[in-house]
Design a binder for this molecule. Structure first.
Ligand code: F3S
Length: 779
């Protein structure tokens, strides 16, 4: 039964969840009239703080705002993982508010190390991180935030199962938050500072994204999965191709995909730099809501799907689909029936190789032919469909007497999926085959993998994962581990072969009896035949109203948590006497700027974690990793050590870098740490979107070279002065900026014109020293 209000007499009932969306969407329609909108625009614009102001600023009058207007948005909720939640909460605490302004949740998933298996790893993880988990739990109790304890699951899986709802808009303090786009929820990965803005009730600002349409036709073949769709797309678009875009899928092919498959494609939109990704609401979405015991939500969504807008004009229907004839800024068409499985990597998710070409590529590139481990699951690929497809492969291999030749690890995405797979016998199939089921946590996906197979750091080896990201060292901290991405079924079949040159679609294995064995195509179930199991009670959410009497204690002697000191405001003048700390070359991801793995334990302690700053960056002038030279005496040291030295001397500094600086995750530590150590500017050829925003929030000015060749004109130790920066900030982001560079050797002065994308609000953050400084004083 649908309950709700009736917005106009004798009209249908409007489900309560959709009242606000309906009202805002009616306003959007009033302003934009019959303009055809994409699905992403419908949802995004229906979350505007002030529709008229955002859509009609300047001369655009509601048109052509993509890529230009600054949208001030009111998200419905914020989801935080334990590593980033620490800093977000420390920042929220400094605003002295009694509770969060919108619903929020904390998910303890990043801090558990994968080693021997779920039970051992979970209890060891809880012991090692108890101080942090206690901090998060007490903060959750104090401020009324949902708390998912360690073992409850990985943020994106839990959010998909519990919080994602068609038409909602959420922020997540993790770059793969767009996973929820599979369930037609606009979800954007942000840093803690952005999360805090939403948590204190301030509107959250976003440059109106362009929309990249991906039209799907056809149907996936047997061996091909939605993972291959996004692996293929990453190859087409590269890690920068989605920057500034929302990827919106549409077309008849969409209706052939499972809900969790759509979530996988959205999850990995982060790998092409997209702001987020979204799919329309389909029958599969409805089935998923019901399977996750949200029948009422599915009924509400269906009512709203065809709910007429004010005036009941055809175009005013929300539909959870794009309007017929909506325009995309870029359009890609993919015939699903022509896709083949892909393997992407190593070291970058956009190096896509179709499976049929992979053997040849491995041999040509002289990549290791021996596969040392196959790892499946994680937030990307641990759905019921994924796991039952894998199960079918494992069963066939077992029947033939085969065992995986490579180590085989399985990470369930949540307690719900784990318990359901246990109930249905799938996990037993894996463990009988020799697979190790890890805890419902990130583990090896984020460098929390203690390998017990004797592969030491520095040993070249190859692994295959069904995860989403494969930067160097990402999984086991070993820069010589070549990490390839594929679907769980391909990972598993290749783990049986123990070889990177095996093609399960065409090649045969030899059974112990000497017979030839070929894998039949995987077969799985989209979802369980009875609703998902909820699993262990102790791993369910702690949800309660705020309790101001709870104290959030942080020991002054803690090595894991430290209260934040506000950053100093921008000087009342241009910046002078900045020194180039280091000029880096090649990829400089957020992993490079603030490594994960063992450093995750210091996420809540800014001084301690800062000792990893840029510690895997490559020095452009010497080719060395993590090497920097003190301009004062030429002495060689590490990059973080030199930054700390400069901080102690009161010497402000900047970094010079190449393209897509800050690519990868929403990790705000990659902005906080340089700021803490004294960085005022980062100048590079281009930035990754989230990181650029994060820098501004922390008071660091991101600048890009107007002429890319000017990268060659600045070197480590040069003295830099900004010209026009202070005026630009005082003018709300308007004005030209130049860097005046005095060369370390010879004293020659070079003028380097630079560009910036500083909005009015961001200019205020930077002048105040950080966004938090401004929020804390009610700005
Ligand atoms: Fe965790 Fe890896 Fe997903 S770190 S949130 S499992 S991308």
């Amino acid at each position: 039964r649908v309950t709700g209000t009736r917005p106009y007499s004798n009209g249908p009932l409007l489900p309560p969840t959709y009242e606000r969306l309906y009202n805002k969407y009616s306003e959007v329609r009033r302003v934009l009239g019959a303009q055809r909108l994409t699905l992403a625009e419908k949802i995004l614009y229906s979350h505007l703080d002030n529709v008229e102001e955002s859509l009609c600023s300047g001369t655009n009058n509601g048109r052509d705002i993509r890529g230009s207007a600054n949208l001030k948005l009111r998200p419905d909720r914020v989801n935080m993982q334990d590593a980033s939640a620490q800093m977000a909460l420390l920042q929220f605490m400094s605003c002295n508010l009694p509770q969060t302004a919108i619903p929020a949740s904390i998910h303890c998933d990043h801090l558990i190390v994968g080693e021997r298996g779920a039970d051992d790893d979970l209890s060891a993880g809880i012991k090692t991180n108890s101080e942090v988990f206690d901090f998060l739990e007490s903060a959750a109790k104090k401020y009324g935030i949902d708390f998912w304890p360690p073992g409850a699951g990985i943020i994106h899986q839990t959010v998909l199962e519990n919080y994602a709802l068609p038409g909602l808009m959420m922020l997540g303090t993790d770059s793969h938050s767009p996973n929820a786009g599979g369930l037609t929820t606009i979800t954007i990965g942000v840093g803690g500072a952005d999360a805090v803005e939403a948590l204190v009730g301030a509107p959250w600002e976003l440059k109106a994204p362009k929309i990249l349409g991906v039209k799907l036709t056809g149907k996936l073949n047997d061996w091909v999965s939605p993972k291959d769709l996004i692996l293929h797309l990453a190859g087409l678009l590269t890690v920068r191709g989605g920057t500034g875009y929302i990827v919106e899928y549409f077309g008849p092919g969409v209706d052939t995909l499972s809900l969790t498959g759509m979530a996988t494609a959205c999850n990995m939109g982060a790998e092409i730099g997209a702001t987020t990704s979204i799919f329309p609401y389909t029958d599969a979405s409805s089935r998923y809501l019901k399977a996750t015991r949200r029948e009422q939500a599915s009924r509400n969504a269906e009512v709203f799907q065809n709910f007429p807008g004010a005036g009941a004009a055809e175009d005013a229907f929300f539909k959870f689909r794009a309007d017929e004839g909506a325009q995309y800024d870029q359009l890609i068409e993919i015939d699903l029936s022509k896709l083949e499985p892909h393997i992407n990597g190593p070291f970058t998710p956009d190096l896509a190789t179709p499976l049929s070409q992979f053997k040849k590529t491995v041999q040509e590139q002289q990549w290791p032919e021996k596969l040392s481990a196959g790892l499946i699951g994680s937030c990307t690929n641990s759905s019921y469909e994924d796991m039952t497809r894998v199960e079918s492969i494992v069963r066939e291999a077992e029947k033939a007497g085969l065992k995986p030749k490579a180590d085989f690890y399985i990470t369930p995405g949540s307690e719900q999926i784990r318990a359901t797979l246990e109930r249905d016998g799938t996990l037993e199939t894996f463990t009988d085959a020799g697979g190790i089921v890890l805890s419902n946590a990130c583990g090896p996906c984020i460098g929390q993998w203690k390998r017990i197979d004797g592969v030491e750091k520095g040993t070249p080896n190859a692994i295959l994962t069904s995860y989403n990201r494969n930067f160097r060292g990402r999984n086991d901290g070993n820069p010589d581990t070549m990490n390839f991405l594929a679907s769980p079924e391909i990972v598993t079949a290749m783990a049986y072969a123990g070889s990177t040159t095996f093609n399960p679609m065409t090649d045969a294995l030899t059974t112990p009896s000497g017979a030839e064995f070929r894998f039949p195509a995987p077969r799985g179930l989209e979802g369980p035949q009875t609703p998902f199991e909820q699993g262990k009670q102790s791993l369910s959410v702690l949800s309660q109203p705020p309790n101001p009497s709870v104290s959030v204690a942080i020991s002054p002697s803690s090595e894991r948590l430290a209260l934040l000191e506000p950053f100093d405001p921008f000087p009342e003048s241009d910046l002078t006497n900045l020194r180039v700390l280091v000029k880096v070359t090649g990829k400089c991801t957020t992993d490079t700027i603030s490594a994960a793995g063992p450093w995750l334990k210091y996420k809540g302690h800014l001084p301690n974690i800062s000792a990893n700053t840029l510690n895997t960056a490559v020095n452009a002038e010497t080719g060395e990793v993590n090497a920097a030279y003190d301009f004062a005496d030429g002495s060689k040291t590490t990059i973080p050590e030199l930054a700390a030295r400069y901080k102690a001397r009161g010497q402000p500094w900047l970094v010079v870098a190449e393209h897509n600086y800050g690519e990868g995750s929403a990790r705000e530590h990659a902005a906080l740490q340089p700021r803490y150590l004294g960085a005022r500017v980062i100048v590079c050829k281009s930035f990754a979107r989230i990181h650029e925003t994060n820098l501004k929030k922390q008071g660091v000015v991101p600048l890009t070279f107007a002429e890319q060749a000017d990268y060659d004109k600045i070197g480590a130790g040069d003295v830099v002065e900004t010209v026009g920066l202070y005026d630009m900030l005082r003018n709300g982001g308007k004005g030209e900026v130049t860097l005046r560079v005095t060369k370390k050797e010879g004293g020659e002065v070079v003028e380097v014109p630079v560009r910036h994308q500083v909005s009015e609000d961001q200019a205020r953050f930077i002048l105040a020293g950080s966004a938090l400084n401004l929020l804390a004083r009610g700005g």
